[in-house]
Each structure stands twice: as C-alpha cells, then as structure tokens.
Design a protein around this ligand. Structure first.
Ligand SMILES: Cc1ncc(C[n+]2csc(CCOP(=O)(O)OP(=O)(O)O)c2C)c(N)n1
Length: 625
C-alpha cells in the first residue's frame, strides 16, 4: 500500500511486500521528495535521481543490515537513507548536527562503510566478504560503484585481488556515462562498447557452473532456476575487462527497470564467485533540469525546483575561477604550461583552459596518484605542469608527491583548491591536512594567498621559479580583495618585515585567515593592546628572518590557520622559537586533532573557536591580561 508521505513507511520492511507497480510508483514519490528536499538543503541531486530504481531494487532483494551494501563515493546514498528509515531527517541533510550526505556508520547500521572519496568500495566489500567466509557467515556483500569511480586505480586493485581469490561478492556498476563531467578514458570507452553490445545470450550455463558450487543446495537451486526460466541475460563481448579480471560479467541491464533489476539482483545472490552487474542509468533521471545539465546538478546549493535556478548568487569570482583564468593567461604567454585535473575540470575552474587549450589540458579521470606521477613525467619532458586537485583528494597521492615530485625537485605547480574547511560535505572533504602533509616534504614551497590577486601573483611566481615544486593552497568560495598592504614576493626576496614600535604581540595569520586576524587586532586595540598583524603568504620555507626578529624581542605570538594544528604552521613557528633558544610564548589556532564534521563554514569555525573573539581571548591570555 502506498502512503502519502515517505516518512509514514516502515522501511525497509514495507518494501518487501510491494508489487512491481507499487515499487515504480514509490520511485516516482522518492524522486519528488529528493527534488524538493535537496532544493532546500543543497546536495548531490543528479547522482541520486539516477540511482532511485537501483536502490529500491537493492533494498527489495537484499536484507539490509544483514546484507551489506558498500557505496562508492557515497554521494548517491540519499535513496538508501530514505529506505532505511531516515526520510524524516532530510531537512537536516548536510547541516550542522544533521544527517550526512555520505554513508556514516555512526548514523545507521545500514551504513556499513564511511566514504566520500572514490574507488574504495570494491576493496572494502572484498574485506567484508573474506571476513564473512572466514567466520562461516552467509550474508551478501554488494559494492555499488559508478563508472566515474571505476576509473580510479584502487577499484582495479580490488578487482584484481577478488577475481583471483574468487571472493563471493557482487559489484554493481552504475554506469551513467558521467563522472562529474563526461567520463573520460579507455574504461569509459570500454563501457560504451559494452553498453552498445546487442548480443545477449542465455547465461544458463554460467549460472549452472556457479550455482552447482554452492555447498549443499547447489543442485536444488539450479533445477529450480532452470524451470523458472528467469535467467539473466548477458552481453557476449569479445573482450570484457571485468571477465579478464576474474569477475563474471552480466549486463547491460536497464537501471530504471524494477523488473529487470530485481531479477538480475535476485539471481546474483546465487553466485558463489565474484560477479559484476553492469547497470545503465541516466544521471538526473526524472528531473528535466538535471537530465539536461547533470554536471551542474551533481552537487548543487539550494535552488528553485520549478526553474532549477540557484537561490543565491555568488558574491564574486571564486578562487577556482581566478586560478583557471590566470592559468589561461600564463599559458598564452608560455607554451610550456599544461594543466591536469583528476575529474574535476569545472570544480577547479579549468573549463576555460580546457576550451582554449584542449591539447594542453588533461582530465585523467579520478586518478590523483596517476595525475601526480604523470605531471612528474611532463615536467621531465620540459613542460610546466599545473596540477589542480582539491586538498582532500590530493591526500591520495601522497607518496607520489614525496617520491616523484619532492625527491626529484621537479618544477610542478600544485593548485590546491578547497583547502581548509569546506562546510557541508564534512569530514571526508575538509582540506585541513595539506599544510601538515606538504610542509613535511623537503624542498616543497607552500604558499597560501589571502586574496584573488595574491593567488595570481603566486601563480606567476611559481611558473617563473622553476627550481622545484610549488604548492598554492586556497579555500572554497569567493576570492577576497587585497586586505594587507604588502604584496607577495618570492620567498627568498621577502624582506622588509619590521616590528612596529609599541607592538605588544604579533598575530601571524595564514592566507585567508587574514580577516579574522585583523578583526581580533581591532578588538585588542579597543582594549588598549597593540597587536601587529602579519599576512603569512609563504608557509614554507619559514620566514626565519621575520621570526628571528620577533624572537629577539620576545613578543608573544598568536598563529591562525585553516589547517589542523598538528604539523601546521603554528607548530613550525613554535619549533623555530624553541630550537632557536627564543623564549616567545606561542598560541596556535587551527583545527583540533579530530575529524571535524559537516556544517556551514562559519558555524563550524564558531563551534571550534576559530573566531576573532577567541583570537582576542587567546591574545590576552598570552599577555597575561
Ligand atoms: C578520490 C576522489 N577524487 C575526486 C572525487 C570527486 N568526485 C565525487 S563524485 C565524482 C564523480 C563520480 O562519478 P560516478 O562514480 O560515475 O558517480 P555518479 O555521480 O555519476 O553517479 C567525483 C570525481 C572524489 N569523491 N574522490
């Protein structure tokens, strides 16, 4: 029986008794709910709209939480959340204290693996399956992975291993031909061919071979199946990469047909070996605006459902836009400039570059490790690569940063977008570790602009420098105006720091923490305390001349950074003073040693004491006031 409101169901139990017709009508209701709900909160709409029938069928066929579904990236789990009793919490989606836009084990037993970064589902599902087998369990383990996430090398590491071990697990490949933008690469081409293949064949023989192996019940199951004649069809293609990796391949299947999906999923349960079900879906399905522009509706802020228009417009160009436009200008002047993205062309502002210089632009797929080693090769080949990756995704490529770039002192420029707190995407996406992980690499120059113009100056410098890697990190959102009088100068030319007469304390703010530092200084001034503010543009190498002159005066120092305190700029300053024998007191402000959750950036900063008021209080404490 269909109910008026999704919150009235007792999901997933209520799904079990529903007919195909009812499941189809339910899917329509879920779509309406998704559109009106995400229009208010923002979120990953297009991917979820495309996965409605697939998720309904998964929950109809499998018994969650006993059976385990591991969602790759996890941005497409809204329907799964609705079908596991969380529809009533959707007004809190991605908000401070609300439900997450990604699977969270803490949130529900139905969420078995926390994700946010791509291509990990097959490995995690394989681990769950091998653990089940060692325990003698019988539950089904399913990984759901998109064609975009399938371009990540880690997915193949998992398949390589599971295929060899013949691990009993199901991989559902949700193929909508889209990553965030059009999916690229040979895997995408291969999937296109599989999709186009019309040569279906009865999979009876294959089912028999596999079912017969199910201990105890194989024979009975098979004869039941043979009579039922509901065997899955599969495309016979001359080459199928998944079969070469040891998986049974079935598909392509219409990912919007509840009948097809439930049948293939039901049959897949009976396999005793790894199988991959190739499901074809349409990103944004059922909402015209999203179908027409799936990229824009991949991740979107609040919008008007009738028109698809954003509720509020940005107050100015973002750092990403400044970076992309500057890169076009640099490339016009210097033909060695090339740019690389790992499936984030638009997010990193590279669309104008891709259009203007298609041959010098590389979208390598969701493959950050490859992107970094590839850029090492490009640099060795005489080019000047600018690698544009979000801070949290660059974590993937740490060894490549250390060995392939840092150790070899290659002139690669990293444009590290979404550095610092990113807001609603939460702990998987906050870029709060980069200052720590980058400054640990010998020879890496690490810069943090405090305005859009500073970013431009830094990019120009990075191209001209050319004697080692340069990382420039900047946050999500609007690039501000210059707020400090000093403009960026090359680290070795940076001079001219003078302690102001009468300064009682120095506030060193990194990059975009500048406004916070200036407000704190204002509060202190009102209290009769003279604080000198410094815009720290170069995080590494440390400005030792400046620090030594502060050290000699013994002034207390407050540092503020949009990074974890551990291993950040503040701790480098502390180490400089203590190792240099200076007695300055230092208080380091930044993110604490914990995974910071989701919420508005300002809300989170307030919750974690990254405010002008908190800075004022710390400053006074340093001065013993
Ligand atoms: C390691 C990593 N790099 C980049 C991203 C950003 N990202 C999130 S979803 C996505 C596209 C995923 O495409 P697909 O798996 O096909 O899912 P779809 O949204 O099309 O359903 C990308 C690139 C990420 N989550 N993780």
């Amino acid at each position: 029986m269909l109910k008026k409101d999704l919150t009235e169901y007792n999901f997933p139990e209520d799904l079990k008794g529903m007919s195909v017709k009812e499941l189809e009508l339910l899917s329509v209701n879920i779509r309406d709910f998704l559109i009106s709900s995400v229009a208010k909160t923002g979120g990953h709409l297009a991917s979820n709209l495309g996965a409605v029938e697939l998720t309904v069928a998964l929950h109809k066929v499998f018994d969650v939480p006993r059976d385990k579904i591991v969602w790759d990236v996890g941005h497409q789990t809204y329907v799964h959340k609705i079908l596991t009793g969380r529809a009533d919490q959707f007004d809190t989606l991605r908000q401070l204290g609300g439900i997450s836009g990604f699977p969270k084990r803490q949130e529900s037993p139905a969420d078995v693996f926390d994700s946010g970064h791509s291509s990990t589902s097959i490995s995690a599902a394989m681990g769950l399956a091998e653990a089940r087998d060692l325990r003698g369990g019988t539950e089904n383990i399913i990984a759901v992975i998109g064609d975009g996430a399938m371009t990540g090398g880690a997915a193949f590491e998992g398949m390589n291993n599971a295929g060899m071990r013949k691990t009993r697990m199901i991989v559902v490949l949700n193929d909508n031909a889209m990553s965030i933008s059009q999916n690229t690469g040979s895997i995408a081409r291969h999937l296109r061919r599989l999709r186009a293949s019309q040569r279906y064949q009865d999979m009876k023989a294959s089912v028999k071979k596999n079912i017969i192996r199910v201990p105890g019940v194989g024979d009975t199951l098979y004869s039941g199946l043979e009579h039922a004649k509901d065997l899955i069809h599969y495309a016979v293609v001359n080459e199928c990469i998944f079969e070469a990796l040891g998986f049974h391949y079935y598909g392509p299947v219409d990912g919007h047909s509840i009948v097809e999906l439930t049948r293939i999923l039901e049959n897949s349960k009976r396999f005793n070996e790894p199988i991959l079900l190739h499901v074809v879906t349409t990103k944004g399905k059922g909402y015209r605006n999203a179908e027409l522009n799936p990229q824009r509706f991949h991740g979107i802020g609040p919008f008007k459902p009738e028109t698809g228009q954003a509720v509020s417009a940005a107050a100015g160009p973002s750092y990403s836009k400044v970076a992309g436009e500057t890169l076009v200008r640099l490339a016009e002047e210097d033909e060695r400039v090339v740019s690389i993205t790992a499936a984030m062309t638009d997010g990193t502002g590279l669309t104008p570059f891709a259009e203007r210089f298609p041959k010098r632009f590389f979208d390598v797929g969701i493959a950050e490790q490859h992107a970094v080693s590839f850029s090492a090769g490009l640099a060795l080949g005489g080019l000047r690569p600018f690698v544009c990756i979000y801070s949290s995704f660059l974590q993937r490529a740490y060894d490549q940063l250390v060995m392939d770039i840092g150790m070899q002192r290659l002139p690669v420029v990293f444009l590290i977008d979404r550095a610092g707190c990113v807001g609603q995407d939460g702990e998987t996406h906050h870029g709060v570790f980069d200052l720590s992980y980058l400054t640990a690499i010998p020879g890496m120059t690490v810069l943090a602009p405090s305005s859009g113009t500073e970013l431009m100056r830094m990019m120009k410098y990075a191209l001209a420098a050319g004697d080692g890697p340069v990382a420039i990190r900047y946050p999500r959102g609007v690039a501000g105006e210059d707020i400090f009088p000093e403009v960026f100068a090359a680290p070795d030319e940076a001079k001219g720091f003078r302690l102001k007469r009468g300064a009682e304390l120095v506030i060193l703010s990194v990059g975009t923490m500048g406004p916070l530092a200036l407000s704190a200084a204002e509060l202190l001034k009102a209290d009769g305390t003279a604080a000198q503010t410094v815009d720290v543009k170069t995080v590494k190498p440390l400005d030792t001349k400046m620090l030594a002159s502060i050290g000699r005066k013994g002034l207390p120092v407050l540092t503020i950074e949009d990074n974890v305190i551990t291993g950040g700029y503040g701790q480098d300053v502390q180490a400089f003073f203590s190792q240099g024998g200076y007695a300055n007191r230092v208080h380091a402000m930044g993110w604490p040693d914990e995974f910071v959750g989701q919420g508005g950036t300002a809300e989170l900063m307030a919750a974690y004491g990254l405010t002008a008021e908190a800075a004022y209080a710390h400053a006074r404490a340093l001065l013993g006031k």
